[in-house]
Design a protein around this ligand. Sequence first.
Ligand code: 5MM
Length: 336
Amino acid sequence: MASAELNSIVLKMVARHKGILAADESTGTMTKRLDSIDVESTSDSRRQWRQLLFQTPDIGDYISGVIMYDETIRQSNDLGMSFVELLASNDVLSGIKVDNSTHDLAGAPGEFITEGLDGLRGRLVEYYKLGARFTKWRALITVGEGRPTDYAIRTNAHALGRYAALCQEQGLVPIVEPEIFMDGAHSIDDCRSATKRSLIAVFEELDAQNIALEGIVLKPNMVISGSDAPNRAQATEVARQTVDCFLDTVPTNVPGIAFLSGGQGDEESVVNLNEINKIANSEKLPWELTYSYGRGLQAAPLAAWLGRAENVAAAQAAFQKRGRDSSAAREGVYAS
Ligand code: 5MM
């Protein structure tokens, strides 16, 4: 597909006031989430949870697109309307996770490689027919005790490039997600170093594999202290370090950056994004800077729902609040 068409999808994905909902938990991850509220994980309970989110009345005000899992993109609401149609009726684009998850990287203890390239072209053809217009592939890079190795950085970057090339060939916008894992006691400087090395490798691979950068969305971590680090850096430092790291590594023709939340607390994920956008507003940065949160948008409504029909409205209200706060932070105007 011409890069102009991919670019028009990207611009919708990173439109002002909006971000992307990551609702692409694999069955194993979704089961852990449902276990946490004592709800049995079945195809139908997973469908009900996603229906609750996707039917939140004003979803299109703060969500531009939803990343789904293979099971989810084939599901429908109680009235038989497919989730793809339901989202489209609210001007929300459908996306699909196409990686087959992270696996141990051979010969590199504690490091991972994302699999899923085999047969990917055929799966993309099907997902396009199902209505997907963008995709997601997540690489997971860990920090600590000699990690990340160049080996892990390079192999994951290469896979992201191969994935992105196949997606653009099929008219799908690839979300390129190289995540520096927040778990651990590493410092913000260690995170910045790993993020910089990883992003340099990713953009070298995207260039080598002829990716049209105006037709991708980058989904990175913020530059942030490890979750168990002593004296974790505050939002102003997170924002400064994140922006400076991107100025060193992310080409200006990438239209948009949509952050993952990575296990940050709800307020933390909003306050950090807000500080980043305050800098973007004052320094006229070249990219749109928004959110593609999974836990950051879903944790509160899931806790409100508890799997009970009588809690659906309260859970949707909690989702609205997370969406509206994130939307304000995406503009740099969030006030707690
Ligand atoms: C929603 O979780 C996504 C899928 O995870 P699994 O493959 O482990 O089930 C995950 O890739 C997610 O899209 C990103 O990590 C961003 O989510 P968070 O929760 O970090 O914002």
